[in-house]
Design a protein around this ligand. Structure first.
Ligand code: NAG
Ligand code: NAG
Ligand code: NAG
Ligand code: NAG
Length: 467
């Protein structure tokens, strides 16, 4: 076959070959450069994490990072040289195109060239690479896996946090896991800069006054946030809270709140009449006169159900529940008076909602919309929702949230949708979402909010699910 090939054709074959080799090398070299970046110690600079990750107890014993890095350097040099040589040859051929097509290149010369100039250096680079020992868990069934993010973050505390913590004495838990993984929300990867700022502190020292940065990270999807090992700042003048027989309905002592990241500096300033109060959701929530009439007062509005009426649908059965929304805990306070324990979700959206709920003697659950609720299936007697889950929410997100609520609500438990509002044109979609679970309707009220918006209030009961 080779003999039948004309000279020109042979030349063409050689060129094509060289091009292929070059293409391969470009890929190899770029991959290598990336690795050089890592192995040169830029990411691996921290000996501590290495010791931590490759300590003698685990599968990576004896792994020598320095050796690996040197080996990579060697291979990279070889590949660089080879690439240069091949490129120079190609250029030479290009230049003497005409002369060469007349000149003869024998198969033997071709073979010699490939052998000496290409295959030999490639082979030695290949061997050099083969000799590198890449860390790998030795046991087949080991749950020890390299954390894919371990080299992504530079700040030491993040790396320490996400590195898997092996159980002591080689113990495994009931699911066979050999260690504990600390988790972070995947959006933390997109918010690398902010997260690294958040995690940049001295262990054991005071944290920065940066709860606002933490909240921004969480709401943007970096949720869960990593834990930190620094001391959280507290108000200088923290007073003991009011006794429980007073705290439920009294504005707390302003000295118990760190105000530095809020627009207001005291509770009076949070009044809904103050245009500079710095928050918009639940604007009357810091005025006790307004709060006191909620769910018990003689509201003439049909969409406002009374706590008494709701509890009367299931006398004595409603004992624990979740209030999902933005507020200062008034619903939980009223329910507490009925001997019902309510956990109130909270975020500090421009005002100290969490602090307020806690200072009233109630339980704030600091949680975003991103997260699965930290309750087990079929446990809650009641979910009450107001003021947060409104018509701005994406349909699919809403659907995931509703299924999560359905999960934690027990059979016979109540879902109280309180003043949900949306635009008229979206109403059918949202109604479908609420109705898809085939809950029993105790109450279902639609009333206009404005020309193109409507309120929906409903009291629904989860049916038994005996499957
Ligand atoms: C090329 O090789 C052929 C024989 O294979 C020979 O006849 C010819 O003279 C050579 N040409 C040159 C330019 O060397
Ligand atoms: C791995 O686990 C499978 C079953 O989970 C078992 O059959 C197998 O023997 C295990 N292999 C090793 C090397 O432990
Ligand atoms: C609250 O209880 C304490 C005793 O526990 C009592 O001295 C105080 O008067 C009570 N306050 C109110 C407003 O009832
Ligand atoms: C709540 O419990 C207390 C003590 O058990 C009881 O005295 C009170 O009547 C209960 N309140 C209601 C509304 O059931």
């Amino acid at each position: 076959m080779g003999c039948l090939c004309s000279r020109k054709c042979r030349m063409g074959k050689l060129l094509a070959w060289l091009q292929m080799v070059l293409g391969f090398l470009v890929i190899a070299v770029s991959a290598m450069s990336l690795f050089r970046f890592y192995s040169a110690g830029f990411f691996w600079h921290n000996d501590d994490i290495c010791r931590h990750f490759y300590r003698p107890a685990n599968a990576y014993v004896g792994f020598d990072l320095k050796a690996m890095s040197e080996r990579f350097e060697e291979v990279l040099d070889k590949l660089d040289q080879l690439q240069e040589k091949l490129e120079a040859t190609v250029q030479k051929i290009e230049k003497n195109k005409d002369g060469l097509s007349k000149a003869n290149i024998t198969m033997l010369e071709h073979k010699n060239y490939l052998e000496v100039e290409v295959i030999r250096p490639l082979y030695s680079a290949h061997i050099a690479l083969r000799q590198i020992r890449i860390p790998k868990a030795e046991e087949r069934n080991s749950t020890v896996k390299e954390d894919p993010l371990i080299n992504y973050f530079i700040v030491e505390e993040i790396r320490k946090y996400i590195a898997m913590k092996k159980n002591r004495f080689g113990k495994t838990n009931i699911y066979g896991s050999e260690g504990i993984y600390n988790t972070i929300g995947h959006t933390c990867v997109l918010m690398k800069k902010e997260l690294e700022e958040y995690m940049d502190y001295d262990v054991g020292a005071y944290c920065n006054d940066d709860w606002n940065l933490a909240q921004k990270l969480m709401i943007s999807g970096c949720d869960p946030l990593p834990r930190r090992r620094c001391l959280t700042r507290a108000s200088k003048l923290f007073q003991k809270p009011y006794a429980i027989n007073e705290s439920l309905w009294r504005i707390p002592d302003g000295r118990n709140v760190r105000w530095s990241k809020y627009q207001c500096r005291n509770f009076d300033c949070l009044s809904s009449t103050n245009p500079k109060r710095g928050y918009s959701k639940c604007s009357g929530c810091f005025e006790m006169e307004k709060e006191k009439i909620k769910w018990v007062g003689s509201s003439s509005l049909p969409m406002d159900f009374l706590i008494k009426d709701v509890l009367d649908t299931k006398p004595g059965e409603i004992r624990i529940g979740l209030d999902f929304g933005v507020g200062t805990g008034t619903f939980a306070a009223r329910m507490r008076e009925q001997n019902v324990t309510i956990i109130s979700t909270s975020l500090n959206l421009g005002a100290p909602f969490s602090e307020m709920i806690a200072l009233r003697g109630l339980v704030p659950l600091y949680i975003t919309l991103n997260q699965r609720l930290p309750f087990f299936d079929n446990t809650m007697d009641l979910i009450h929702t107001t003021g947060f889950m409104d018509g701005w929410i994406d349909f699919q997100l809403m659907d995931f949230i509703l299924y999560d609520w359905d999960r934690i609500l027990r059979p016979g438990g109540l879902l109280w949708i309180d003043r949900f509002f949306c635009s008229r044109k979206d109403l059918n979609d949202y109604m479908y979402m609420f109705l898809q679970f085939s809950y029993r309707k105790h109450k279902w009220i639609l009333t206009p909010k404005s020309a193109d918006e409507v309120y929906l209030s409903a009291l629904l009961e989860k049916p038994p699910r005996s499957i």
